[in-house]
Design a protein around this ligand. Structure first.
Ligand SMILES: [Zn+2]
Length: 237
């Protein structure tokens, strides 16, 4: 190797080392990389209100938006790698009532899923109300028709009302003594203070502390995205 190339590489490495010495955060263990705030230590997590939305499989996306189309990012979500896309669909219930436009969340998934609030379900005139389920659990669910600019598709299953859940990174879960799939309660000091039960903890490397509530829960309590919720130790009082 050319000696000057080696010198350049050595100089760059030294520069990087010097700058990391001056930067305390880069020396912290990665698991504590800004994830363990004072709020987290106290068991407080921000609320993220999830309005109705859909996740699409690659196959269904191609039918609804065209074979050559891509999901494009409108804005990133707090969960790493997830985003609200610019694409929207309309859904049509078996009795012919429409709801839309409904945001498509990216990235594409293996299976299409429609997440609605109970109010949405009443508006659509759904005779069989979708069960409350964790994302991805489609056993015993009904389908619905989705309409996009390039076509429509009727899915046989995959309509759910999302369960209350808290996303968290493994380091955040360990600070709180919680594990994936634990069930907790949360206290919310909104306009109408309340304790919510049956809140599922979900832990993954790409997750960041955030309590996901649907619009029915959020509106009932008068809370919005960014408000804080207090995790309670037990799921029953
Ligand atoms: Zn979520």
């Amino acid at each position: 190797m050319d000696e000057r190339v080696v010198d350049t590489i050595v100089a760059r490495v030294l520069e990087r080392l010097a700058s990391s010495r001056g930067n305390a955060s880069s020396l912290m263990p990665q698991s504590d990389n800004g994830l363990i705030s004072e709020d987290i230590k106290a068991g407080r997590v921000p609320i993220g209100v999830s309005a109705r939305h859909v996740h699409l499989s690659r196959e269904h996306h191609a039918i609804l938006f065209g074979a050559d189309s891509q999901l494009t990012v409108l804005r990133p979500l707090k969960q790493v790698g997830e985003y609200a896309s610019e694409q929207q669909v309309t859904i049509v219930s078996p009795v012919g009532r429409c709801l839309g436009p409904i945001r498509v969340l990216g990235p594409l998934r293996s299976t299409t899923q429609v997440e609605l609030s109970l109010t949405d379900c009443y508006g659509l005139g759904l005779k069989r109300l979708p069960p409350i389920r964790p994302s991805g659990d489609h056993r015993d669910t009904s389908g619905i028709t989705l309409v996009g600019p390039a076509g429509s598709i009727t899915i046989a299953a995959g309509v759910i009302r999302a369960n209350r859940h808290i996303h968290m990174h493994p380091s955040q879960a360990s600070v709180l003594g919680l594990r994936d799939r634990d069930v907790v309660a949360v206290r919310i000091e909104g306009e109408r203070p309340a304790i919510l039960f049956d809140v599922q903890v979900r832990v993954a490397e790409t997750f960041r502390a955030e309590l996901h509530l649907d619009t029915d829960d959020a509106n009932a309590l008068g809370v919005k995205t960014g408000d804080l919720a207090q995790i309670l130790r037990s799921d029953r009082l």
